[in-house]
Design a protein. Structure first.
Length: 303
C-alpha cells in the first residue's frame, strides 16, 4: 500500500475530487494535497473558498472554467513546467466528468508533465451505489443537449442500449428530459431520480419513466437542485419498438392533424392509441413552447 504524506511534488498536476454537497465528504489525502500545493485551480474560486476555509486551507487559487479553459490550461502548464505544483478542482465531484479540467490534463500530458488522480466523491457512483438498477455494465451519457430536437436525437441513438444509462440533468430541463426518455427509451423502463445527493434536501426515488414527471410535480421543490438519473436496463426488442413508434408518430405529426396522425401511428406500430395520443400532445406542446421561447445565446454550461 502506497502512502504519500510528504506533501505535493513539484511540477505535478493533482486532479482532486471534492465533495458533491456535504463538505465532510473529502479524503485525508485530498486535504493534504490542497494544503501543500503551490496553487489550487478552481472552477469557481468563491465556491472552492468555502470548502478550503471550512477545512482551514489557505492555498492561493486561480480560476479555470468553461469560458477561460483553453487559456487557463496553458497557464497551468507553464506553472507546472516552472516547477510549481497545482491541484485541479471543480465545484463538485471529479474534474473532467461533465466539468472543466480536461484541457488542463490534456495539455500537461502533451508536455510530458506528471498528472496524479486523487479519487473521491462522484455523483455518478453515488447514484449507482443506491440503485437496484445497477449492473456490471452501464453507460454514462452526461448531460443531454439543451435543444429539444438535439436531445431527442441523442436519446434515439441511446435507445439501442440495453444496459443502464446514467445522465446528469439541470433542474429547468429535468421534466422535459424525463418525458422524452419515456417516449423514446420506453415508458415502463425504470429510472432512479437522485436529487441533491449528500445535501440537506436529498431525495431518491425509483419509478417508471412514465411516472417520473408526476413524482416531480407532487412537490414544487422536487424540480430544484442537481439531478442524477439512472435509467434501468431494457430489452433491446422493446426499446427498438418504442423508438420506432416515436419516429413514426413524429413523421405523421409533421404532415397530418393530430388525431389522424395518432390513428395511423397506432395502425402502423400496433401501440395503444391512448398512449400515442398522450405523447402527441406532449410533442405538440413542446413545439409551441419552443416557438415562444427564443434560443439561449449564452454559452454557459447548464449544470
Amino acid at each position: 500500500m502506497h502512502s504519500e504524506s510528504d506533501g505535493a511534488r513539484s511540477g505535478t498536476l493533482y486532479v482532486v475530487a471534492t465533495p458533491i454537497g456535504n463538505l465532510r465528504d473529502i479524503t485525508i489525502r485530498a486535504l493534504e494535497v490542497l494544503r501543500s500545493v503551490d496553487i489550487v485551480a478552481a472552477e469557481d474560486t468563491r465556491h472552492t473558498h468555502n470548502l478550503l476555509s471550512h477545512h482551514g486551507v489557505a492555498t492561493r487559487m486561480i480560476a479555470i472554467h468553461e469560458h477561460n479553459e483553453r487559456h487557463a490550461a496553458e497557464g497551468i502548464a507553464r506553472l507546472l513546467a516552472s516547477g510549481k505544483s497545482v491541484a485541479l478542482v471543480t465545484d463538485a465531484g471529479t474534474p473532467g466528468l461533465s466539468d472543466p479540467g480536461g484541457r488542463a490534463v490534456a495539455r500537461a500530458r502533451e508536455l510530458g508533465l506528471r498528472v496524479v488522480p486523487l479519487p473521491g466523491p462522484s455523483a455518478l457512483t453515488a447514484a449507482l451505489s443506491v440503485s437496484a438498477l445497477a449492473s456490471a455494465r452501464f453507460l454514462f451519457a452526461g448531460f443531454l443537449p439543451s435543444k429539444a430536437a438535439e436531445r431527442r436525437a441523442a436519446l434515439e441513438e441511446l435507445a439501442v442500449i440495453s444496459d443502464p444509462i446514467v445522465f446528469f440533468e439541470a433542474p429547468h430541463r429535468v421534466k422535459q428530459s424525463l418525458r422524452d426518455m419515456a417516449g423514446i427509451l420506453g415508458r415502463e423502463r425504470r429510472v432512479l431520480i437522485a436529487r441533491e445527493l449528500t445535501k440537506i434536501f436529498e431525495e431518491i426515488q425509483e419509478c417508471t419513466l412514465s411516472a417520473a414527471t408526476s413524482w416531480l410535480e407532487e412537490k414544487p421543490e422536487r424540480s430544484r437542485g442537481e439531478f442524477v438519473l439512472v435509467v434501468g436496463p431494457a430489452a433491446t426488442a422493446d426499446t427498438a419498438h418504442d423508438a420506432a413508434g416515436e419516429r413514426v408518430l413524429r413523421t405523421l405529426l409533421a404532415q397530418l392533424p393530430l388525431r389522424q396522425a395518432v390513428t395511423l401511428a397506432s395502425e402502423i406500430t400496433g401501440e395503444r392509441r391512448k398512449a400515442l395520443y398522450e405523447r402527441a400532445l406532449e410533442l405538440k406542446g413542446d413545439e409551441r413552447g419552443a416557438g415562444r421561447r427564443p434560443a439561449a445565446k449564452s454559452g454557459k454550461k447548464s449544470a
